[in-house]
Design a protein around this ligand. Sequence first.
Ligand SMILES: [Zn+2]
Length: 290
Amino acid sequence: MAHLNQRRFQNINGDLYVDATCIDCDTCRWMAPQMFARIDEQSAVYHQPNNEAERLAALQALLSCPTSSIGTVEKPQDIKVAQSSFPIPIEENVYHCGYHSEKSFAAGSYFIQLPEGNILIDSPRFTPPLVKRLQTLGGIRYMYLTHRDDVADHQKFAEHFQCQRILHEEEISGSLSDIEIQLTGFEPLELAADLLIIPVPGHSRGHTVLLYKNKFLFTGDHLAWSVRLQHLYAFKDYCWYSWTEQIKSMAKLADYSFEWILPGHGRRYHGDAKTMRAELQKCIQWMEAA
Ligand SMILES: [Zn+2]
């Protein structure tokens, strides 16, 4: 819960505010850019919501903040409306889970609703309002984990939903040792029709990405959009295994067609398949020069 006595002075006056516990994770700024901006290396409210859509976006950001650093002066009477809006539809049957976890430094997580069983991609915070909503949408059959960093509350999700967790064996250690499905090798693997797991060693050795319907690419910490650079990029400063391997993995992705990049960290990106191919080439060139 945010505390008024820790309210940042950088916030514009009004009901909504960010307090000093903000970890500068960027979540509120991409979820509700109309209200939140980065001021002095932390988030702050620069515009108070003044219609229903802005109010909902602000409360969605408040609920998704991994450190509960966003608050309202007045107790939000409409919080249940915001809670019931999760997971937030992206396109078709693909959703953003929200409720980011501090355990994975606020990595985004996603949900695909499928007749043969739903898939949770990386781990949101295990919190009753979200768990109830995911239950209503049919529960979880698979919890697909891109790599070891963004696993947050995987254990609790596995216990509650009795889902099968999927992670590459190269990522397994400690509390991950009881992962049900441990991937081996570095060849793409078809999990089901329209669902392809593609190994992309680089950020970590066993990092994989998930391609759904040749349209949605769930990229974990492998690939994202940079607001600062205004192009697709990878995290060179947070490359734990091999930058050279990561460039090779990026080049392999050019063989596939997709329109959405839905990352753990960094911003999402949407473009038609042709634009995406061009953007990916630009990214590879940037990586080679970086
Ligand atoms: Zn990572």
